[in-house]
Design a binder for this molecule. Structure first.
Ligand code: OGA
Ligand code: MN
Length: 295
């Protein structure tokens, strides 16, 4: 196995390994897991991907999420991001599927709006447009380490509120349906996630974050926006240019990502599996003290 760094201080390509190797060999899994903890984004090229193979690989890292109401794949362990409608044709740009891809083009980390946040997301490319449609990543660990120590200390003691409806409403009013809003009440998480393996802190930020506990609404949102801007500064990202057979996994605790646009008439279909965080991944350290949660 070769781990080849491909980004600015994070992100690596894993060569000489198939998804099935990770499923069948504990030693291979351990090596990939260590690379995941260190590099935050791992790309596997030239894979022969099936839904079952992707899920078996994903399960190695923890319990798979069940896809939420309102997403394509609801009730299963798969989420399909596509612009191909039920009739097999590419949907118009104002179609809900296209709007949802647009919402994914805001910097975010997956599932911060859920009661159990996600450790990792595993995304495979099934149909790729000829132009654009990359996925771009930044390290919120490196972003945290770039901040002044006084701000680092403040953020380690701060908590932010995350709401799916907040990110969706940036794209269009009503994009999150009443069912989604009812199923996904806002969640409060510490703003810094310390990796239990290497002890390094990372900003836990997302397009879903809308308020900072104990701060006036506007000031909290300003802080979230300033931190997002700092975390996504020019030159800090790894842009994954999808090829057939690519599978990319990322650490939702230590990165943000966004989809990049592509011509509206071109089809794109991606399949994601998402693994919930567990105590071993540090989720208990992220919850606010009961006093704050009760509000
Ligand atoms: C995701 C996501 C962006 C993309 O799968 O979680 O944000 O490029 N995808 O499709
Ligand atoms: Mn995402």
């Amino acid at each position: 196995m070769q781990i080849v760094p491909v980004g600015p201080g994070f992100a690596a390509e894993v060569r000489g390994v198939t998804l099935a190797d990770v499923v069948t060999s504990d030693a291979v899994y351990a090596e990939v897991r260590a690379a995941f903890e260190e590099h935050s984004v791992l790309a596997f090229r030239g894979q022969e991907v099936t839904d079952e193979g992707q899920l078996a690989f994903s399960r190695r890292f923890g319990p798979p999420e069940v896809t939420k109401v309102g997403s394509l794949g609801t009730g299963s362990h798969f989420i399909t991001l596509t612009t191909i409608g039920p009739d097999g044709k590419v949907v118009p740009p104002d179609h809900r599927y296209a709007m949802r891809n647009k919402a994914n083009q805001l910097w975010h980390t997956d599932s911060s709006f859920k009661a159990v946040p996600a450790l990792t997301s595993i995304l495979s490319a099934r149909i790729i447009p000829d132009n654009g449609g990359e996925t771009e990543f930044v390290s919120t660990r490196l972003a945290f380490e770039r901040l002044a120590p006084a701000l680092q200390h403040k953020l380690e003691k701060s908590f932010a509120w995350h709401d799916y409806n907040h990110s969706r409403s940036k794209i269009a009013a009503g994009l999150a349906t009443p069912e989604e809003r009812a199923a996904l009440p806002a969640q409060c998480w510490r703003m810094v996630w310390r990796n239990p393996v290497n002890g390094r802190g990372a900003l836990y930020l997302a397009s879903h974050a809308y308020a900072v506990e104990g701060m006036e609404a506007e000031a909290g949102l300003d802080l979230i926006e300033e931190l997002t801007e700092a975390a996504t500064a020019p030159g800090t990202s790894y842009m994954h240019r999808w090829r057939q057979g690519d599978v990319v996994m990322w650490d939702n605790r230590a990165t943000m990502h966004r989809g990049r646009p592509w011509p509206a008439h071109e089809a794109r279909l991606m399949v994601r599996t998402t693994i919930s965080g567990t105590a071993a991944d540090g989720i208990e350290t992220m919850r606010p003290p009961p006093r704050q949660a009760a509000e």
